[in-house]
Design a protein around this ligand. Structure first.
Ligand SMILES: C[S@@+](CC[C@H](N)C(=O)[O-])C[C@H]1O[C@@H](n2cnc3c(N)ncnc32)[C@H](O)[C@@H]1O
Length: 267
């Protein structure tokens, strides 16, 4: 498989076993969140990042949102990324003492209390079990100063009333093709999680979960990026199989699944 950078997340893993987001990244896909760039832009706009803000991003992945944030010239930018290769890619976009990407866990960053005015993370809570989701939200709260803002952009279940069997069947189908836990919550459950950790919800915005649909691919990656992705896909049959399997399950579950961006404040 062609790698676009010196450091490729998923190195050392077989394509058949690799988490789906790294299969996509190795094919050249940069945008790995369910609601795409449009929902990201709306989340950033709701967060209202200004030059005086100290921003912490959890799990920047390939650094696409990091670059949008840096264009806003915040006072500081710190990313916390678990994957070493991804952290190296993100570090390549940073310069200056007040921009850094540390390899670490968003549930326990080691950053000081109240060091941030804005924290956000995309497509990183859905993949955690319930207790770790809560620890990460709690960590965001600890990092934020009073009146600080937190934004999430995650996969969601479109119904509040999905019965337990349907919910676990959806999780099982998604986890089976992504090869990593995929545990979306209903929008009301995402809200409750944030509120139960002390946040006040400010905005809720949704989009379709069409990560692997052609129109979204072009909107997110640009025409050249989408063509490069398809070219890489055509030349790599194990990766193609993985992507088609994921798309087929996303399509099968499309009525149940969506993407949500929620912003909230610490008071
Ligand atoms: C699906 S990708 C999303 C990447 C990027 N946020 C995006 O939306 O394009 C998930 C990312 O979360 C990172 N990640 C998962 N759990 C994490 C944790 N507990 N702490 C820090 N990073 C984490 C992974 O390494 C990966 O970069």
């Amino acid at each position: 498989m062609e790698t676009m950078t010196t450091f490729a997340p998923g190195d050392g893993l077989k394509t058949e076993k690799m988490p789906g987001h790294w299969v996509l990244a190795r094919l050249g896909k940069r945008v790995l969140r369910p609601g795409g760039m449009q929902l990201t832009r709306r989340m950033l706009s709701a967060l209202g990042i200004q030059y005086e803000d100290d921003v912490v991003e959890f799990a920047p992945g390939m650094g696409v949102t990091a670059r949008l944030t840096l264009e806003l010239s915040p006072a500081s930018y710190t990313a916390v990324e678990r994957d070493e290769a991804a952290a190296k890619i993100v570090s390549g976009y940073l310069n200056g003492r007040r921009q850094q990407c540390v390899v670490g866990n968003a549930s326990d960053t080691g950053l000081p209390d109240q060091c941030a005015t804005v924290v956000y993370g995309e497509a990183m809570l859905t993949m955690q079990i319930e207790e770790i989701k809560r620890q990460i939200v709690r960590e965001a709260y600890r990092l934020l100063k009073s009146r600080g803002r937190y934004g999430i952009h995650e996969m969601c279940l479109m119904s509040d009333n999905l019965d337990a069997d349907a919910k676990s069947e959806t999780e099982r189908a998604l986890t089976g093709v992504v090869h990593h836990g995929v545990r979306p919550l209903a929008i009301s459950e995402w809200r409750s999680l944030l509120e139960s950790e002390g946040f006040e919800v400010q905005s809720v915005d949704t989009a379709a979960m069409s990560l692997l649909e052609p129109g979204r691919l072009i909107r997110d990656e640009g025409l050249a990026g989408a063509m490069r992705f398809v070219w890489n896909l055509l030349r790599d049959s194990p990766a193609r199989r993985r992507v088609l399997e994921m798309r087929s399950v996303f399509r099968r579950c499309r009525k149940q699944l969506g993407a949500v961006a929620i912003t909230c404040s610490k008071y």
